[in-house]
Every structure is written in structure tokens, then in C-alpha cells.
Design a binder for this molecule. Structure first.
Ligand SMILES: Cc1ncc(COP(=O)(O)O)c(C=O)c1O
Length: 434
């Protein structure tokens, strides 16, 4: 065992890790483009963008430069009563890309806090307007929105948080309508899910402050993809009952699904949107909750009690904001959406051969994402086969992190055709070993 791993094991508690049974962590010394290098000098292709954060590539030079030049000017300043160019520029850029009415930006530090902020705003919006009955939220089965208490409450449909049930706010869980390539039941499933949502709203709609959904794919809940039509119908159904609609694009934003934002394919806009992960291209922690001025105005009053009493020490951090501004610019400077379209084309070609493999079922592709279920283990979360596949694949120089029986690839957009092709071959090799 290397010295680094020994020192790690003495002091560190890793996230989502059962330390009793998990294999030793891999020490990483550097990362560039789509490749990470470990302490033995071995190269590992990062096929899940380091928890879905890396977009343009690890240590992409223009992003490194954006952080360095901002750090030389000003690294941090409190954000209540003060402001600065990187934050204002980022808010302007996001408002322009998101389009009206999403024009008011609240900064926080990660996906979970962006969701907490959205939930608090939706709740307080109704209070500030004198409507005290709207205290509940609608969320979806299989949804994951983060690990803080509000986020866990709306993520209760994932089943991850039942231990904390007694501590969680009341949430009404509606069915999602997942689909895959060649699914001929999708329309019926969507109709049934919308009917179930309508029944919830008929019964309790006037007690609901907001509805939260992950557009186009549910991430941690199992890479469940849905059609844009479903998101549009959910949004319209909620709106008819006056419910605020929150899109959680923490994972889906910044190109993952093929468009800059996933909802742009759904022809509907939310009242609030949560963004993080790819916001800074994975370089620094930062998140935003963006909403309309109509919502913001409900918090403006002579009385401080109507203000949003929420903030973090690092709110609007200038280094993170500066790199996010540069990342947004790179989407045009480097024609990033074209690169994602290329990845999607490759995924679709590979999906055809993957679908013929006995071990793969429910193959699905959306933008830079490819996912499938292991046929022999569908339905079981503690999938030994997928962990075996992960470890074998790692031994061949590829990093994935299956979600139970669900295997997926979500590479950084700089991945080359040759790297992808090696990854596909390695994956088929791994499946043949099962
Ligand atoms: C859709 C979605 N929302 C929220 C979160 C929470 O983000 P974070 O881990 O940055 O708190 C995640 C994390 O994976 C996510 O996928």
C-alpha cells in the first residue's frame, strides 16, 4: 500500500463509502483532458467526468488561466453589501443564455444548496404573498436532489433516505416516466404518470408550493431518461394549478443532454432552475438558483422579514464565478455543443451493438450520456456484477461508477473518438467477463 493511501486511511472519511468493505481509493496525482494519472503513473480514462462535473476537460488551460488571473486580483469578498465583476458578469451571462423570465441569480456552493435555496424561495414566495396553505412539494419517484435535509425530502422517491424519514418535510411523490431505445410502452407510461400527477394535484394542489423535477434524465436515481414531451406535460399540469415549477439541472445543465440546458429541448421554462457541477466546468464548487423577477419582487418589501434570510460564507466566490464565466464563453469559442453531438453520434452507433449483448438491456442515449441496465441484475441495488465490471474496467484503465445494476458513461466533452472507441471495446470486454 502506498504511503498516500496509508495516510488517507488513517484520517479520511470518504463520501458514499462503506469503509469496512470498499476497496482502497486510487491516489490521483494529475489530470488533463479526459485522463487522470494515478500515483503509479498509470493513466485512467475518466468516463464519468469526476461525478459529472468536468465538461471541457481536466485542467483545461483557458480555465486554469481564468482562475489564476482572478486569484491574482481578488480571491474572495463577502457577498452581502459587496459585489464584484465576475459575479455580475456570470449572472448576466446566465440570464442571457437562459432567456426571460429567468433573470435573477442567487449564488450558493453546490447542487444540494441550490436545491435548498429553490425550495426555501418557493415556500417563502407564497408566505410573502399571504398564502399560508402552500407548504408541500411534489417530487418524483427515483428523484435525487442532494443530501441536505430539504434536498433529501424531495429525493425521498429515490429510497436512499428512508433512515431520515421522521426528519423530512412532507413531499408528495409522483411517478416519473423513464424510457429507453426501442421502448414501445413509453406513451402509455407517460399517460399513466400524468394521470397520477393530476390525481395528486386534484386532491392537494392548493397545498403545494412547488414541484421539482430533473429534466430529461434522473441521475443518481438510476440514469432514468425521459422524453421532452413528459417534462412539458408535467410543467403544464403543475402550472394549471398555480404550482411553481423547479427544474433541477444540477447534473443535466451545461451540455450533458446535447443542448446547453436540458429544458431547451422540452419547449418549456421553469419558474426556478438549479445549476451546479458543470457551471464551473468542474473546476471549483459553485451553484446558482435562477428565477424570474416576478418571484424576486415578492421578497422586496420595507420589512426585512420578507427578505430571503439565506447565505453562505463563500456565496458568489470570485474565483468560481470567473471560471464559470470563461466556461460559458468556451461553449461558443470551442463549439462545445458540436463536440457533444459527435459523442452522441458515437454513443448511438455503439448502442446498436450493445443492445445485442446478452448482459445489456434498456440501452439509452441522451447527448453525452449512454446508460444501460445489467440484464442479470436488473432491479437489485447492491449489484455484485456491476461492481465486478467496475473493478475489471478500472484494471484496464477506465473509470466508471455504476448505480446498482445501471452502468453509464458520461465523459468530458474533450474525449477523442479514439478514446471513446477504446472505452467501448473495454466495456464489451468487461461484459464478456461477467
Ligand atoms: C440532479 C442533482 N441534483 C442535486 C445534486 C446534488 O449536488 P451536490 O452533490 O453538488 O450537492 C446532484 C448530485 O449528483 C444531482 O445529480
Amino acid at each position: 500500500m502506498s504511503d498516500l493511501i496509508e495516510r488517507d486511511k488513517r484520517h479520511i472519511w470518504h463520501p458514499f463509502t462503506q469503509h469496512q468493505t470498499e476497496r482502497d481509493p486510487v491516489g490521483i496525482t494529475s489530470a488533463s483532458g479526459a485522463v487522470m494519472t494515478d500515483t503509479d503513473g498509470r493513466e485512467i480514462l475518466d468516463l464519468i467526468s469526476s461525478w459529472w462535473t468536468i465538461t471541457h476537460g481536466h485542467a483545461h488551460p483557458p480555465l486554469v488561466e481564468a482562475i489564476a488571473s482572478q486569484a491574482a486580483k481578488m480571491s474572495h469578498v463577502m457577498f452581502s453589501g459587496f459585489t464584484h465583476e465576475p459575479a455580475v458578469q456570470l449572472a448576466e451571462g446566465l440570464a442571457e443564455k437562459l432567456g426571460a423570465p429567468l433573470s435573477r441569480v442567487f449564488f450558493s456552493d453546490n447542487g444540494s444548496t441550490a436545491v435548498e435555496v429553490a425550495l426555501k424561495i418557493a415556500f417563502q414566495y407564497w408566505r410573502n404573498r399571504g398564502e399560508t396553505k402552500r407548504t408541500k412539494f411534489i417530487a418524483f419517484d427515483g428523484a435525487y436532489h442532494g443530501d441536505t435535509f430539504g434536498a433529501m425530502a424531495v429525493g425521498k422517491g429515490s429510497g436512499f433516505f428512508s433512515l431520515y424519514d421522521d426528519l423530512l418535510a412532507e413531499v408528495l411523490v409522483a411517478p416519473y416516466a423513464p424510457t429507453f431505445l426501442g421502448d414501445d410502452a413509453v406513451e402509455n407510461n407517460e399517460d399513466a404518470a400524468i394521470a397520477a400527477l393530476e390525481a395528486i394535484i386534484d386532491h392537494s394542489g392548493d397545498e403545494v408550493a412547488g414541484l421539482i423535477i430533473e429534466p430529461l434524465f434522473q441521475g443518481a436515481g438510476g440514469m432514468r431518461f425521459c422524453r421532452p414531451e413528459f417534462i412539458r406535460r408535467v410543467t403544464e399540469t403543475a402550472r394549471r394549478a398555480g404550482i411553481l415549477v423547479i427544474f433541477d439541472e444540477v447534473a443535466a445543465g451545461f451540455g450533458r443532454t446535447g443542448s446547453l440546458f436540458a429544458h431547451q429541448q422540452c419547449e418549456v421554462k421553469p419558474d426556478l432552475i438549479c445549476l451546479s457541477k458543470g457551471l464551473t466546468a468542474g473546476m471549483l464548487p459553485l451553484s446558482v438558483t435562477v428565477m424570474s423577477d416576478e418571484i424576486f419582487n415578492a421578497f422586496c418589501d420595507e420589512d426585512f422579514a420578507k427578505a430571503l434570510a439565506h447565505g453562505h460564507s463563500f456565496t458568489g466566490n470570485p474565483l468560481a464565478a470567473a471560471v464559470a464565466v470563461k466556461s460559458l464563453a468556451l461553449f461558443e469559442e470551442e463549439a462545445t455543443l458540436d463536440k457533444i453531438a459527435e459523442i452522441e453520434r458515437s454513443h448511438r452507433l455503439f448502442a446498436a451493438s450493445l443492445s445485442r449483448h446478452d448482459e445489456a438491456c434498456r440501452v439509452r442515449v441522451c447527448g453525452s450520456l449512454l446508460a444501460f441496465d445489467l440484464a442479470s441484475e436488473a432491479g437489485t441495488y447492491k449489484s455484485k456484477a456491476s461492481l465486478g465490471l467496475r473493478d475489471f474496467y478500472l484494471s484496464q484503465g477506465f473509470n466508471i461508477r455504476p448505480l446498482g445494476p445501471v452502468v453509464y458513461l458520461m465523459p468530458p466533452y474533450c474525449i477523442t473518438e479514439a478514446q471513446l472507441s477504446r472505452a467501448y471495446d473495454g466495456l464489451l470486454h468487461g461484459l464478456n467477463q461477467l
